[in-house]
Write a protein that binds this ligand. Structure first.
Ligand SMILES: [Zn+2]
Length: 525
């Protein structure tokens, strides 16, 4: 007898055998018991969640002469046996992916006109129904609305969004959910005990995680591993090897190298992994999943046991991951995931998968290549770690950072100028013409109408009016630069402009003498 896959061999034959979709199987079982089934159903959900399996049980149940208490087919009556061995044509399965045209639907409509030779119902299971063409959907619509009472439609789809609303509204809809890791594991365990094969629990958890909620995938991955494994027990390590997958501990080591800025070590690990024949695309996908898990761990509260369960990892692995997660900021992790998600898209069609992956690792370690806030915070964290290390090595960091600071600033900042003495300020007033000549643009004309003066220690610049004064204040930096250039001193100055009808003397009492003095000087200049 030819080999039958585990998925087919152990395909559930009754509603109670179907795991993980209890709300659906209970509802449909109840309808069968009460004899109140509808005429059109839509099963939606990701692949391998049991849509077709439940549809087949349903199709036999509506024809069964003596359904079981839960509504399942008995499996023994003439109808059940006839459908199972193919001698009765009450159940018709159509794959819409390859039969998606109007003519395919017309064929169905023509057949529907004839009652089944035996049994109550003719059941049409249309798989991947979203693949039907627009014309085919239209052709189906009328029949779906009012089929003969002996017809039952079960439409199944992985992409309910692509099914027209007119079809949806004519069906009873049931959603099939992804199955949790523990459901997949316990189902695999019961299959394995029937088979008399031993598999490590850790291997089963790993397979369940790879299957991502799909029972079909879980059982086919298990199939694949068993086919390759000639040992007595299928171990976790064998499973990793067979699937070309990477052990979590490798990711933990790479992550540690990344946080410690050990580029060479991280690249070497990647190299070793690739040399062992691991697929880079899968490596990148698994690493993203690993980082997502770290994110969950770093976000968790006191519910450790739950998280370890959700992640489906052993306590050891969990502890390892936790210590890595502690060293990473949430922002940093999100940035890493973003970089690797971009990488995952990039390498799909690239022949330079390994090089691109190495570059991504470099990007993880060098946040200075990016300008966003998360990268900045990471740069800070790296700096802090470096300073910590320096301090541990006995370097006095305060002195060092001051020196560094001075060295960095030196080229930009001139040596501080000595403060101007009263005689220097007087000199400025005396040489106003030279200062005026040094200015350009708006500043030049503002200085032309302004009168320089001194209050004893500061330079006082009196403008013709308050508007000019404000404008001059806007140009204060340029003026300061000119004064420093001309006097080689740091001059503090006050800019003053009287408002309309305002007496300068009341606002600036000391001004009068100064103005008089300076005005004369300047006029003479
Ligand atoms: Zn039966």
């Amino acid at each position: 007898m030819s080999y039958q896959s585990l998925y087919r061999k152990y395909r559930p034959q009754s509603f109670s055998d179907v795991v993980g979709q209890e709300p659906v199987t209970t509802a449909i079982g109840n309808q069968i018991k009460s004899g109140r089934t509808g005429h059109a159903y839509l099963f939606t959900g990701t692949r391998g969640t049991g849509k077709t399996t439940v549809a087949k049980i349903f199709a036999r149940a509506v024809n069964c002469e003596d359904p079981r208490p839960d509504g399942s087919p008995c499996g023994e009556c003439e109808m059940c046996r006839g459908i199972a061995d193919g001698s009765l044509m009450n159940v018709i399965e159509i794959d819409a992916a390859s039969n998606n045209g109007v003519e395919n639907v017309r064929t169905i409509i023509e057949e529907i006109a004839y009652r089944p030779q035996k049994g109550n119902k003719k059941v049409y299971i249309i798989d991947e129904v979203h693949m039907l063409s627009a014309g085919a959907f239209n052709a189906l619509l009328k029949t779906l609305e009012e089929p003969p009472e002996y017809v039952l439609f079960i439409l199944a789809t992985t992409e309910v969004g692509k099914v027209p609303i007119t079809i949806l509204s004519r069906c009873q809809r049931y959603d099939f959910h992804r199955m949790p890791v523990e459901t997949l594991v316990s189902r695999m365990q019961s299959v394995l005990s029937e088979e008399g094969t031993k598999v490590e629990d850790k291997a089963l958890s790993f397979i369940a995680r790879q299957a991502d909620g799909s029972m079909r995938d879980a059982l086919s991955i298990l199939d694949q591993c068993l086919a390759f494994n000639f040992e007595e027990v299928l171990t976790y390590d064998h499973t990793l090897e067979i699937l070309g997958a990477v052990d979590n501990s490798v990711f933990t080591r790479i992550m540690e190298d990344i946080t410690e800025q050990k580029l060479a070590d991280a690249i070497k690990l990647l190299d070793d992994t690739v040399m062992k024949g691991r697929d880079i695309q899968a490596f990148v996908a698994d690493f993203i999943a690993y980082m997502r898990d770290l994110l969950l761990i770093s976000a968790e509260g006191d519910t450790e046991a739950d998280i370890a369960d959700i992640l489906g990892v052993s306590t050891d692995t969990y502890e390892q991951m936790k210590s890595v997660a502690k060293k990473l900021e949430t922002d940093t992790l999100i940035r890493y995931i973003r970089i690797f998600s971009e990488l995952s898209a990039q390498i799909r069609y690239s022949s330079q998968k390994k090089t691109l992956t190495e570059i991504a690792i470099v990007r993880l370690m060098h946040p200075e290549m990016q300008e966003d806030a998360a990268a900045m915070r990471q740069r800070l964290a790296i700096l802090e770690r470096k300073i910590d290390k320096l301090e541990r090595d006995g370097v006095k960091v305060n002195a060092a950072s001051q020196q560094t600071g001075a060295a960095v600033q030196a080229p930009a900042k001139k040596l501080p100028l000595p403060k101007a003495l009263p005689e220097d300020v007087q000199m400025a007033c005396d040489n106003w013409g030279r200062i005026r000549a040094d200015a350009s643009g708006a500043l030049k004309s503002l200085l032309a109408e302004a009168k320089p003066s001194t209050d004893g220690s500061n330079l006082v610049i009196v403008c013709g009016n308050d508007v000019s004064a404000e404008t001059l204040k806007d140009n204060a930096d340029d003026l300061k630069a000119i004064l420093e250039r001309e006097l080689k001193k740091e001059v503090t100055f006050v800019i003053y402009g009287p408002g309309k009808g305002e007496d300068p003397d009341t606002k600036y009492p000391d001004l009068e003498s100064a103005i008089n003095f300076d005005v004369e000087i300047n006029d003479n200049f």
